[in-house]
Design a protein around this ligand. Structure first.
Ligand code: BV8
Length: 239
């Protein structure tokens, strides 16, 4: 049994990391066009670094929750049965890895990595970033940025993602509003490929109507239950 799971900020909400479009989400306080676009970074790099430095510090004190840990169990359980979990996340935190998932595909990049726009270096980075910091490799300043995908930038690993998507038997979306493309379009691609689809979320997403099955509630309650059902006997009964 091969399962493709797409996660979003909602799966990390109960670990204390904020979401984007919920009532008190990041985009209700900050302008994404100023803080999550290449032109925003060109125009005000210090503001963008401050936004990501704050989030990086929060992440370093956050812990994975029961939903992250359940997906770690799912990956191991599927492998024992000759199956595979393909975990694609829009999140830039490392809570899936710390929850036990061994292979995580970060299509929007990773908050604990930095990239040099001069030489292309990508390096682990747990401290604050700043414009005046020199690149560890080319030593030039002014080029270090968070290794994250901003709006109008191409998400990462898209070929690998689509290959895994069409090879899955079940597509599950967890903790995402379905507002951002191309991730929000994955469920349609799964549907067109004849793959069963399931949404697990606090509230219905923008593309809830597309899903065959829908479960609503906190991820730390629903995801462990769902994983137990899958590992006990294949696909959960239809809702
Ligand atoms: C691109 C930076 C192409 C990282 C982010 C149509 C097709 C293709 C593109 C577009 C299109 N229309 C518009 C576009 C452009 C744009 C886009 O989609 N705009 C939207 C707003 C309309 N897309 C892009 O620009 C993407 N790039 O398309 O490139 C291209 C082509 C040619 C040449 C070049 C490029 C890039 C998208 C990535 C942008 N980066 N952030 C960061 O700072 O983190 S966006 C941001 O939104 C994050 O990455 C985040 O991951 C993503 C999605 O948000 P969610 O994770 O869903 O979070 P949200 O708050 O929205 O929802 C949380 C959900 O959780 C809610 O539903 C809530 O109910 C639930 N929840 C809350 N608590 C819980 C819970 N669930 C369970 N339990 C709980 N406790």
């Amino acid at each position: 049994m091969n399962i493709f799971i797409l996660t979003g900020a909602g799966i990390s909400a109960e670990s204390g990391l904020g979401t984007f479009r919920d009532k008190d989400g990041a985009w209700s306080k900050f302008d994404p066009m100023k803080l999550a676009t290449p032109q925003g970074f060109r125009r005000a790099p210090d503001d963008v670094h401050h936004f990501y430095n704050m989030r990086r510090r929060d992440l370093l004190t956050a812990e994975p929750n029961a939903a992250h840990q359940a997906l770690g169990r799912l990956e191991a359980g599927l492998a024992e049965r000759g199956g595979e979990l393909f975990l694609c996340t829009q999140n830039i935190d490392n809570l899936h890895e710390r929850g036990g998932v061994r292979r995580v595909v970060h299509m929007h990049g990773e908050l604990l990595k930095a990239r040099c726009t001069h030489c292309g270096l990508v390096a682990e980075w747990h401290e604050d970033l700043a414009v005046e910091l020199p690149c560890p490799d080319c030593k030039r300043t002014g080029g270090m940025r968070p290794h994250v995908v901003w709006f109008e930038e191409m998400p990462l690993h898209m070929d690998e993602i689509f290959d895994a998507l069409v090879g899955a038997e079940l597509f599950v979306s967890i903790g995402t509003s379905g507002a951002v493309y191309p991730a929000a379009g994955f469920v349609q691609s799964a549907k067109h490929a004849g793959i069963r689809t399931c949404e697990i979320n606090l509230d219905p997403s923008e593309n809830a109507f597309v899903f065959d099955e829908r479960r609503y509630g906190p991820a730390t309650e629903l995801v462990p239950l769902w994983v137990d059902e899958v590992l006990a006997g294949g696909f959960p009964a239809r809702a």
